[in-house]
Design a protein around this ligand. Structure first.
Ligand code: FES
Length: 309
């Protein structure tokens, strides 16, 4: 696990009926480490409960971080804990920032596309790119967190698309003509990201960026056929039955593997892949990283894989 910093919740505020903003401060250092806009941290809410959250606060104010959390009654428990049990003073821990989703260096135009709670990584990005344009999709204005702040910050560069007003973003039209120096970024539900991927399929490599915030649902993470995992350091072979995740099988066999989202989006459970063929189902590794790593909470092997543990 990346190093965890002791911290505590110092403020809680409702942004919408379902989204709550948590301010956290470090307990043993004057400030959190620097991060670039769009980064996320993995919060340990209590022992055994770790979840990734985008840092929404301004990167130039490291004394505290803010995370905005959507209440998801059917989720894996992180949002439920934050909404129902966290209080001002709750001790938690935060990982160093994870920088998977940041603004491209040297870009001349940034087009940001957010769906619902997918707005969160863009808050800190906008602090670094005040000229960016933001398309914000939500069911209704009252569901859209940070709306007043974004209106004040962006003025006409904020374009809202609220289903309640009959307005739907036409991604193919918006992204029809990629230009040199233009980069597009999307974060939101799977349907939005699929539409974004399709609309940018003809874009030059590296100019379209997306971040998943919801991975495979709990019941789907272990789907797939049985296989075996060989531990390189000991030669032990661990059976991974159908319906059981590689992560769960490794832990049951005594291996220590970190995790956070357990849905394939944060990368915390990656282990080195030294041999065999993997069935990659994650949403966080780049294609070039897949030859040497496997995301154990959702990905599986075919036959037998050899792990660098
Ligand atoms: S725990 Fe997040 S990708 Fe596996």
């Amino acid at each position: 696990m990346k190093i965890l910093m002791p911290a505590e919740v110092t403020a809680i505020r409702d942004l919408t009926p379902r989204i709550r903003l948590f301010t956290i401060k470090p307990r043993k250092r004057p400030a959190f480490p620097p991060f670039r806009g769009g980064a996320h941290t993995i919060l340990q809410l209590r022992p055994g409960l770790r979840r990734p959250y985008s840092i929404t606060s301004d990167p130039t104010r490291p004394e505290s971080w803010e995370v905005a959390v959507l209440r998801e009654p059917e989720g894996r428990g992180g949002s439920r804990w934050l909404h129902e049990e966290a209080v001002v003073g709750s001790p938690i821990a935060a990982s160093f920032p994870q920088q998977n989703f940041v603004l491209a260096e040297g870009a001349t135009r940034h087009i940001l596309i957010a769906g619902g709670i997918g707005i969160t990584p863009f808050l800190s990005m906008l602090a670094e790119a005040p000229g960016a344009e933001l398309h914000y999709c939500a069911r209704a204005p009252e569901d859209a967190a940070f709306l007043p702040e974004l209106r004040a910050l962006l003025g006409p560069r904020l374009v809202t698309w609220f289903a309640s007003e009959g307005r739907r973003l036409d991604l193919p039209a918006l992204l029809a003509a990629p230009a040199p120096g233009t980069h597009a970024y999307a974060c939101g539900p799977a349907r939005l990201l699929e539409a974004f991927s399709a609309a940018t399929a003809h874009w030059p490599a590296g100019q379209a960026h997306l971040e998943h915030f919801s991975g495979l649902p709990p019941g789907a993470a272990g789907e797939g056929a049985a296989f075996e995992a060989e531990i390189a350091s000991t030669g032990a072979v661990i059976a991974v039955p159908a319906g059981v995740t590689l992560l769960a099988a490794l832990r049951a066999a005594g291996q220590r593997v970190d995790s956070a989202c357990e849905g394939g989006v944060c990368g915390a459970c990656a282990v080195p892949l030294e041999g065999g063929e993997a069935e990659h189902r994650d949403m966080c590794l780049k294609p070039g990283e897949r030859a040497g790593q496997i995301i154990t909470c959702v990905s599986r092997g075919k036959g037998r894989v050899r792990l660098g543990l």
